[in-house]
Ligand binder design. Structure first.
Ligand code: ADP
Length: 310
């Protein structure tokens, strides 16, 4: 399977590296307006390939994306320290108008996987610009927040995050909702497992995990200027579901017809994803305050997307 990546900066190249490590694609093609950067990143990743897979990694212009089953859109301007994701909006919307047209001209059947922030808004803008069905325009959404939530819960309980089933919903950003009420470990509720292993989820623990999930990106940006390894691996994980038609349940962002009182907005809930993109939305059972939080997140995103003129 060929995977295209537009935007060979930190996020795009990390996704390319993760794809090569995991051996998920036969070919990865990097495109960037800074062609020298795309060439350098492709070479660097290609030199790692002999140690782990046989993926062909190269740089190209848009023509090189012909035949790609998935194209990751990671182009844009990156988040500055202290800048909210929503503040990035206007700058990235302009970039996407250009990029989406160029991609679809050569890869009209590709699934578009959006990574640029604010990702929910960018996914919705992409769907609008492209006119593609929502199932084929997938934002990385809260896949990373969900991974962080599982990791912190797992660490607290002394259990692998892969055995923790917990989701972060809504916006990938400040209004996101940690779905504590339906978190499970194995087949048991969080409270039951926490009692059994003697690590109760006190208010203090809950606040610490909540803060760890919500503010992880801000802390990393403060320390090193950007986040990229986590999201790079998250993007590769989504592509694994597509490449192998796994019908995995992942929290990705897609435009949905309605959520609560809000119509036509992109945000994350657990979704089934395989070779054709998103095939099902799996709306979870939520506590009343979580449902309200999700409604607020949807409204915030809707207000934001309506404020952009395309
Ligand atoms: P991030 O940390 O989100 O990856 P970067 O700034 O490292 O951010 O990477 C963004 C990349 O997107 C840059 O390499 C930049 O050259 C590229 N880019 C910006 N605008 C366009 C565009 N219109 N077409 C293709 N690539 C673009």
């Amino acid at each position: 399977m060929k995977v295209g990546i537009v935007g060979a900066g930190m996020v795009g190249s990390s996704a390319g590296y993760a794809l090569a490590v995991m051996g998920l694609a036969s070919s990865v093609v990097l495109v960037d307006q800074n062609h020298d950067l795309a060439v350098a990143q492709a070479e660097d990743i290609a030199h790692a390939v002999p140690f782990m897979s046989s993926t062909i990694v190269e740089a190209a212009d848009y023509g090189g994306l012909a035949g790609a089953r998935v194209v990751i859109l990671a182009a844009g301007v990156s988040q500055k320290p202290g800048e909210t994701r929503l503040a990035l909006l206007e700058r990235n919307a302009a970039v996407f108008k250009d990029v989406v047209g160029n991609v679809l001209a050569v890869a009209p059947d590709a699934i578009l996987l959006i990574a640029s922030n604010p990702v929910d808004i960018m996914a919705q803008i992409t769907q609008r610009i492209s006119g593609l069905p929502a199932s084929r325009v997938v934002g990385s959404g809260t896949i990373l927040d969900t991974a962080r939530f599982r990791s912190l819960l797992g660490r607290h309980l002394g259990i692998s995050p892969q055995s923790v089933h917990a989701y972060v919903l809504g916006e990938h950003g400040d209004s996101e909702v940690l779905a504590w009420s339906n978190a499970r470990v194995g087949s048991l509720s969080l409270a039951e497992v926490a009692a059994q292993v003697g690590s109760p989820i006190t208010q203090h623990v809950r606040a610490r995990i909540d803060d760890g999930v919500r503010n992880a990106a801000y802390k990393i940006i403060k320390g090193k200027g950007a986040t990229y390894y986590g999201i790079g691996a998250g993007l590769a994980r989504i592509i694994k579901a597509i490449a192998r038609d796994q019908h995995d349940v992942l929290t990705v962002s897609c435009v949905m017809a309605e959520i609560g009182d809000v119509r036509d907005v992109a945000l994350s809930i657990p979704r089934v994803i395989g070779a054709d993109g998103v095939s099902e939305d799996l709306m979870p059972d939520l506590a009343a305050e979580e449902l309200e939080g999700l409604g607020r997140s949807a409204q915030l995103l809707k207000d934001c997307v309506e404020s952009i003129s395309l």
